[in-house]
Design a protein around this ligand. Structure first.
Ligand SMILES: Cc1ncc(COP(=O)(O)O)c(C=O)c1O
Length: 393
């Protein structure tokens, strides 16, 4: 009944966990949620006020497919000031979250059968979006040995005559790693040699710690500017996941095709959210800085507690809001009489026995890891770590 194209798409692994969490909560159980990938802070007041004002002023009609001109100009300014990437307004578009910008970029670049390189561990939607666009995801596995980073050699090995693009995510979900400018420049050189496009997912840009610096690939490798689509958004930086506003910068021809794809699929991103996003980009950044400081403390605390529980191996990452420990030592063991056969079973046991929700790495192409999100209040992190320690000791 369903089309071949959609039959090939795998449902999200987080959905099964979320529905079990909801069942347990309906039974009155208190679940500590380390599974979520979104800020737990409220959207800053001045942003909400801008949205209320937009509604009061009836800014509630269709907008241009690529976004309101004011927001596109603000995006141009943001890229220029913060990333040293200089676009014209015609080279940027506003999308329904960064997610749709990634989808639009694949739709604009990929011909049937084209290969798109995805680096594992990867964000769950990349391979599925490549398939939706008619492409073939080619997964390059990375491990803790290279700190989950793809090396220029591994990238070169994965390239074939059909390779069209690489999706690069820094700071990274799920590993939290941040590529340095030098590492990006070296990857950019390989892409230039092989004439490959870069789809740069910079959505976690603001969330870096320990003085780590986010660099966008074409900033590190300016020769890649004409072959890069840089994607970002307000979801993570401004605690605006539900507003659904992302944006992209790239060559005009590609941005125009992306806007056309979006126009036919959705008409435009929500008008009121666009005005809110404008206030986010142009407004004060104090609350963002406070959030990042808070995340940093939560990360330190969670990492310290986790380091003291046997079976969780990791290096403390410097970005996003995730820890991604290797738990292979726990596989094969029994917890409360149940044998841990894989990370999915482990996540299930920890949910059922300790009432802590985590995401198994299998959905991210990392079957030996578990993803912990520290986007939770400190007292919940303390509670969750106490429960884990008890369940595993
Ligand atoms: C790596 C990565 N890219 C993109 C997104 C999507 O962001 P948005 O909410 O702006 O669509 C997410 C959200 O979890 C993400 O983790």
């Amino acid at each position: 009944m369903v089309s071949e194209r959609l039959k090939a798409v795998t449902p999200s692994v987080t959905l099964a966990i979320n529905s079990r969490v909801q069942e347990l909560e309906a039974e009155g159980k208190d679940i500590v949620k380390f599974g979520v990938g979104e800020p737990d802070y409220p959207t800053p007041e001045h942003i909400k006020e801008a949205a209320r004002k937009a509604i009061a002023q009836d800014k509630t009609r269709y907008t241009p497919a690529a976004g309101i001109p004011q927001l596109r100009e603000a995006v141009v300014e943001k890229f220029s000031e913060e990333n040293n990437l200089h676009y014209k307004v015609s080279q940027v578009m506003v999308s329904v979250g960064a997610k749709q910008a990634i989808y639009n970029s694949l739709m604009a670049l990929v011909n049937p059968g084209d290969e798109v390189i995805v680096i594992a561990p990867y964000w769950v939607s990349y391979p599925e979006q490549v398939k939706l666009a008619g492409g073939v995801p080619v997964v390059v596995q990375t491990t803790e040995d290279t700190n989950f980073k793809v090396t220029p050699e591994a990238l070169r090995d994965a390239i074939s005559p059909r390779t069209r693009a690489l999706i690069l995510n820094t700071p990274n979900n799920p590993t939290g790693i941040v590529y340095s400018s030098e590492e990006l420049a070296a990857l950019g050189q390989v892409m230039l040699e092989h004439d490959i496009w870069a789809i740069c997912d910079d959505i976690y840009e603001s969330l870096v710690y320990d003085k780590a610096l986010h660099t966008s690939l074409p900033t590190a490798c300016p020769d890649m500017f004409a072959r890069s689509i840089v994607i970002n958004g307000v979801s993570k930086a401004y605690a605006m996941t539900g507003w659904r506003i992302g944006y992209a910068g790239g060559p005009e021809e590609i941005i125009s095709a992306m806007s056309s794809c979006q126009g036919h699929a959705t008409s435009n991103p929500t008008s009121v959210s666009q005005w809110a996003a404008l206030a986010a980009l142009q407004g004060p950044k104090g609350e963002v800085r406070e959030m990042v400081q808070d995340y940093g403390q939560r990360r330190d605390y969670m990492a310290e507690r986790l380091q003291n529980i046997a079976g969780f191996e990791f290096t403390k990452p410097r970005g996003a809001f995730y820890l991604f420990p290797n738990v292979s030592e726990l596989i094969g063991r029994s917890i409360n009489g149940t044998k841990v056969t894989d990370v999915e079973v482990l996540a299930k046991i920890l949910l059922e026995e300790a009432h802590v929700a985590l995401v198994p790495g299998s959905g991210f192409g990392a079957p030996e890891n578990l993803r912990f999100s520290y986007s939770a209040a400190m007292d919940r992190i303390e509670e969750g770590m106490d429960r884990l320690q008890q369940a595993l000791d």
